[in-house]
Design a protein around this ligand. Structure first.
Ligand SMILES: Cc1cc2nc3c(=O)[nH]c(=O)nc-3n(C[C@H](O)[C@H](O)[C@H](O)COP(=O)(O)OP(=O)(O)OC[C@H]3O[C@@H](n4cnc5c(N)ncnc54)[C@H](O)[C@@H]3O)c2cc1C
Length: 452
């Protein structure tokens, strides 16, 4: 049996990060079934036709040039006592240390008809190719379930690809985990203007059809029909598809019969990425960890969490003593002409977590308002009334927001207060900011100070 110092099960961003850090330092192997890992974030834009699917595939040289071995296969079993893994072709590999980085898969609720043809999630290269093929075959309508970033990006892409699109979410606003509802009005209008039908406070209760999905029933009594056109039936094409973008669930099959502790959101780990078994670690979407702000279990299935988790583990395996503080969940998306981002806790999440919350707003422009290309730039800051600590921030703008979101994530990471942000030292230039007299972050912080 070949023996490795380190076996990594999975080959997504978390596993690749480990290979980059440790590939030339340890005898290690990355095991993954797909021929390529994907740039998942780019998948909706391939549907929209911005580039070919091939552009969303990462090169395996990211692994092989690091010095790590790469095996294209699935791990079917782990013997935690004997410290070895079995692959689908029955090969066994022994390990000294094991990392589980098996990621997450789309959650498809067990409603009636969810196993019909034309119903899928949206995660893998297979999902992407199948969706592209179905679109090319002339499908006319789509129902996207889930108005989070993936659902919104996909709904817009399908609309651009020429489909009639219905976006369904059980909450009362779009992007519920990213921004509070009052920040979404312009974006919602933008989607409606683009011709996307939005069904909020609506839950899918069943899907109907004999073999291929033909209708979707919502709990508000509304039924979305995919009319079967005769010419389509004759040519073997179909009229509608349903795609679930309603959340991800951790892939944990390999550990479910072990003594490794499992939580609702995945494999339970500590701040060193250690599971409850010695020499067995887990990183990325397959894990359950905490919010860095509340200290309580929080969702955080993002590549921007998976990579830092793997870095903490990788550096510790090189002899450092790093700890992972938890998720801040800085994230962003684009809705029509608007760029939107959020970090930390939204007001609604903070209230549910028991904080007495105070929020501040500001509206400036991305350039001096007298400049011809000035676009709007709206901020919301969420703070803890008792301590003045910043808990979260949200931005909607006509220009990219990730730089500003990262600044505000850093402010939260460093326990900054509203007072601190009101004193932010900023720069100004006609093409790149509002007038020197004001800065959106400072104005939003001052808005809170006035209310405190
Ligand atoms: C459409 C879409 C858009 C996204 N957009 C963003 C974004 O804009 N920003 C962002 O930060 N995040 C985004 N994400 C989330 C991000 O892609 C994930 O958080 C990230 O991929 C998690 O990395 P991971 O390495 O933990 O797991 P994954 O990338 O899921 O990789 C897990 C790997 O493990 C393999 N595996 C599973 N079981 C086994 C087994 N038994 N044996 C061997 N291999 C196995 C899988 O096949 C897979 O290759 C998006 C996701 C999707 C689907």
């Amino acid at each position: 049996m070949t023996e490795y110092e380190l076996v990594v099960v999975g080959g997504g961003p978390a596993a690749i990060t480990l290979a980059k850090l440790l590939g030339n330092k340890k005898k290690m192997v990355i095991i993954r079934p797909e021929s390529s890992s994907m740039i998942y974030c780019a998948m909706p834009y391939a549907i929209e036709g911005l580039f070919d699917i091939e552009k969303t595939l990462k090169s395996n040289t990211l692994i092989t040039e690091s010095g790590a071995d790469f095996i294209r296969d699935t791990v079917t079993e782990i013997d935690f006592d004997g410290k070895n893994v079995t692959l689908s072709d029955s090969t066994q590999l022994a390990y000294k240390q094991l990392v589980i980085a098996t990621g997450a898969e789309p959650f498809i609720p067990p409603v009636k008809g969810s196993d019909l043809k034309g119903v899928s999630g949206f995660k893998t290269e297979k999902d992407l190719s199948a969706l592209q093929a179905t679109i090319s075959s002339g499908v006319k309508k789509a129902v996207v379930v889930g108005a989070g970033a993936i659902g919104i990006e996909l709904a817009q892409a399908l609309k651009k690809a020429g489909l009639e699109v219905n976006l369904v979410d059980m909450t009362s606003s779009i992007l519920p985990n990213l921004v509070d509802s009052e920040m979404t009005e312009d974006m919602k209008a933008e989607m409606l203007n683009a011709g996307i039908n939005i069904h909020l406070e609506a839950k899918v209760v069943s899907l109907g059809g004999s073999e291929w999905v033909q209708h979707v029933e919502l709990d508000n009594g509304h039924k979305i029909h995919f009319e079967a056109k005769e010419e389509n039936a004759e040519s073997g094409t179909h009229d509608g598809i349903v795609i679930f973008a309603a959340g991800m669930k951790a892939v944990t099959d390999l550990v479910k019969d072990s003594t490794i502790e499992l939580g609702r959101d995945g494999i339970v780990i500590n701040d060193k990425m250690e599971t409850s078994l010695p020499d067995v670690y887990a990183v990325g979407d397959c894990t359950q960890f905490k919010s860095a702000i509340t200290g309580k279990t929080a969702p955080g299935k993002l590549a921007t969490n998976a990579v830092p988790m793997a870095k903490v583990l990788g550096f510790n395996m090189m002899g450092k003593n790093k700890s992972y503080p938890g998720f801040y969940n800085g994230a962003a998306t684009k809705v029509g002409k608007y760029y939107v981002g959020g970090t930390g806790l939204s007001e609604s999440v903070a209230k549910n977590a028991g904080y007495d919350v105070i929020s501040g707003y500001s509206e400036v422009t991305t350039q001096f308002p007298i400049m011809p290309d000035a676009k709007e730039l709206k901020f919301k800051l969420v703070a803890d009334k008792a301590t003045g600590k910043i808990l979260g921030a949200q931005i909607v703008s006509g220009e990219p927001v990730t730089g500003r979101i990262d600044l505000l994530s850093y402010a939260i990471q460093k326990n900054s207060t509203v007072e601190d942000l009101s004193e932010l030292s900023y720069s100004s230039q006609p093409y790149q900011s509002f007038f020197p007299a004001a800065n959106g972050v400072v104005l939003a912080a001052e808005d809170i100070l006035k209310k405190m």
